[in-house]
Design a protein around this ligand. Sequence first.
Ligand code: KIV
Length: 297
Amino acid sequence: MSAAPVVPTTAKTLDALPMTLPRIAEKKRLGEPLVMVTAYDYPSAQVAEAAGVDIVLVGDSGAMTVLGYSSTVPVSVDELIMLTAATRRGLRTPLLVADLPFGSYEGSDELAIATAQRFIKEGGADAVKLEGGGMMVRRAAAIVSAGIPVMGHVGLTPQTATAIGGYKAQGRTADAAWKVASESLALQEAGCFSIVWEAIPAAVADELMPRMEIPVIGIGAGASTDGQVLVFHDLLGIREGVGARFVKRYGDVMDEMVRGVRAYADDVRTHRYPEAEHTYSIDPGELSDFRKRLQAS
Ligand code: KIV
């Protein structure tokens, strides 16, 4: 196996300064769109770094995209910390945010702080993200008071999809839009440095944006938010099936990977691989000695 870096280091990444919370707030103030993407391991982090994104999220979507679970619910803290640490090793510039998995923060402020601390100490994350309003506003405030930056997440919250009626857009009635608004404002008040709005009507986002002092990152929330986030595997086409309405595909990496492995399999089966250029040589004298030893044995 070759250990050579596969992603070229561009001049841009060499010059780029590490992203900080003040720089993120400044981008909002200047109206510069924030780019966030998920990553879950060393190579996807290297891709995000080379592409020059602002924020990388080790989303609990990794439960599905890289660990093969059928939802985000089963993933453990240890599993997500391992993904976060691998991602950290591939990143230098973007802010690294890690999702707190389902069941790892809801129970008490103490639990929320202890879990968040593990992601910072063991995973190398710069900040954590948690889902929901209500009691989760208190958990967010507790983590912030422990010195750890928190990103909120409202609208479609996959960890509690069953409770909110499934994987579907939220905020589509006045009451439901009010819930998104009040949760967002409460999380802002609690000290979150940013918030994700997932799958809410663009018109609701348009109305709410003037109330938001912290950067809002949208996913299926229209164009008026301060930034956008997409799941790495969705945007690059690394997973099968039809994605959510908000997914835009920028590549067909799964097809390309299958094509590559199939071509390799064909070459092995038809003896086209390996060729002479893929083999190592030995000095003819050494080879002759070796042959003699073999024959004598
Ligand atoms: O887990 C995840 O990937 C997320 C994004 C969709 C925001 O929470």
